[in-house]
Design a protein around this ligand. Structure first.
Ligand code: ATP
Length: 446
């Protein structure tokens, strides 16, 4: 936190009791980003927040506390956050980089929750050992393999392990697309005064572990220049680099040869689709969270392990669908006929040759009575948002379409937006009956 963030946090804490919780939740959506010549610049996002903050009494209260804490009189100047971004692009780049550095790892993606088998034990061992040993014999570790086989899970497991067991270690994790966008912004805002590129480089190098997910998306050539420098500095100072990719380094297209040869210098490890026994063990592990809701018999576990083992995400998806339907229908033990009936939609759409992301988009937009422009656009109307969640979920679960590709289908939305839309769809499938029914109807028409 910089001095302004700390000051704002303290001010909010001090005046909190003067407002009802609803109003205060809008006030909390502000931030103080600079104090200069007696003016405290505060950014807001919505008109509601602006109106609350513009009220004379509220403003007086804030100015009084802020002046006290700052040590001299200050007046508040409200600004829309977009104006702030234009006014101080280098601070924004710095803040975004810092946000990446302070990554929160997915708490479920731990080493304990990762089921080992022949298909993935090399990748598991390499990731685990690099956390407990400082010699870093294999650097970088590059884990490659198809979608949904646990690459991201292992990177998060490294992050979770280090944050818990070795909190003194600095860990940086980024999806390569997010890294590229930061590097591009840094280059755009770079000038003699601000030196944004050097600043971002320094933030990236100041880490003991550097984890990059889906390196195949680092195709933008000028960002590869910066990445190359960062990479060399990290290796020189003995930091561990772990990278994932959907293909072997030699097959990476659009990545400079000097980077590829460096990736090959370390330890490329292939992660394969889980063999039958591992798939069964993964299903059993994932079932642990649902034990209260229902049981599933061995025959059904075997059936799922056979059908969906090429992508663990599909294994998980089939299990979630079964448990959800079992809860709806009050079924205590899921057996094979029940599974076959409930999953019939998924079994049909599992024929990927016939179905494309475009077709899924077409069927979903038709179901909701929307146009392509509407689903690709920016409106947050519930129907539109649900349609987008549905498209993301179906493309990813049934076709294994990458986040980037789905983003392109949905008006060039970025990777993280698509990933959180997918998470939202999963939540809705558990909690929103209308969404589940709509999903089943759409699956039928696919
Ligand atoms: N061996 C495993 N044990 C337990 N869960 C697993 C295992 N392999 C994969 N998973 C689970 O499968 C899901 C997909 O895994 P993950 O996101 O790590 O795949 P990925 O290889 O990174 O895919 P992508 O390339 O599409 O990003 C996650 O929920 C993860 O927890």
């Amino acid at each position: 936190m910089n001095q302004y963030e700390t000051l704002w946090k303290e001010t909010l804490e001090a005046i909190k009791n003067n407002f009802n919780p609803d109003t205060f939740s809008w006030i909390c959506k502000t931030s103080l980003f600079r104090i200069e010549d007696g003016m405290a610049y505060v950014s807001y996002r919505s008109v509601i927040t602006k109106n609350i903050m513009s009220d004379a009494n509220t403003k007086d209260l804030f100015e009084q506390y802020l002046s006290e804490m700052w040590g001299e009189p200050v007046h508040i100047q409200l600004m829309h956050y977009r104006e702030v971004e234009k006014m101080m692009p280098e601070e924004i780049v710095q803040r975004r980089t810092k946000e990446l550095v302070q990554t929160k790892f997915n708490a479920d993606y731990t080493f304990e929750n990762f089921v080992q088998g022949k298909s993935n034990q090399g990748a598991y061992a390499a990731c685990f050992h690099c956390c407990v040993e400082d010699s870093h014999t294999f650097n970088p570790i590059l884990i490659y393999g198809n979608s949904g086989l646990g690459k991201t899970h292992l990177l998060h497991a490294i992050g979770n392990y280090l944050q818990k067991e070795r909190p003194e270690k600095k860990v940086f994790y980024a999806y390569s697309g997010d890294l590229v966008s930061i590097l591009i912004d840094a280059m755009k805002t770079h000038n003699v005064q601000s030196n944004t590129v050097e600043m971002v480089q320094a933030q990236l190098i100041d880490n003991d572990y550097f984890l990059i997910d889906d390196i195949q998306n680092l195709t933008q050539s000028s960002s590869q220049e910066i990445f190359f420098k960062v990479y060399n500095s990290l290796i020189a100072k003995g930091a561990q680099i772990v990278i994932t990719s959907d293909m072997h380094p030699n097959e990476l297209e659009g990545i400079q040869n000097r980077l590829i040869s460096r990736f090959n210098n370390g330890l490329p490890i292939n992660i394969l689709k889980p063999e039958f026994d591992t798939s069964r063990a993964i299903l059993r592990k994932k079932l642990e969270g649902y034990e209260e809701a229902c049981q599933i018999n061995d025959e059904t576990i075997d059936f799922l392990a056979h059908k969906f083992s090429d992508d663990v995400r599909k294994l998980e998806g089939s299990l979630r669908t079964l448990v959800f339907n079992a809860t709806l229908e009050n079924v205590d033990v899921i057996d094979l006929p029940f599974a076959q009936r409930v999953l019939s939609g998924q079994l049909i759409v599992a024929k990927p040759n016939k179905l494309t992301p475009k077709q899924i988009k077409k069927v979903v937009t038709k179901f909701y009575g929307l146009s392509y422009n509407e689903v690709e656009g920016k409106s947050r109307q519930k129907k539109l948002v649900n349609a987008r969640h549905m498209i993301v979920y179906l493309c990813h679960e049934t076709l294994g379409t990458s986040w980037t590709q789905i983003g392109q289908e949905l008006g060039n939305r970025d990777h993280s937006t698509i990933k959180s839309s997918y998470d939202r769809a999963i939540k809705l499938l558990k909690t929103d009956t209308a969404f589940q029914i709509a999903m089943n109807k759409i699956k039928d028409s696919l």
